[in-house]
Write a protein of this length. Structure first.
Length: 48
């Protein structure tokens, strides 16, 4: 399981609604809305 960096929800990598690659790492999201928020400002979510 991966953790959605935006909302903190646990996401099954095989069933993730969306993924995004950032600085060589793949991030998994529960919904497209979380992916869009992450892609607007990745640093905001990775600082947590």
């Amino acid at each position: 399981m991966a953790k959605d960096p935006v909302c903190g929800m646990n996401v099954d990598e095989k069933k993730a609604a969306a993924t995004s690659n950032y600085q060589g790492q793949t991030y998994y999201f529960c919904a497209e809305a979380c992916k869009r928020a992450f892609e607007k400002d990745p640093g905001k979510y990775l600082k947590k």
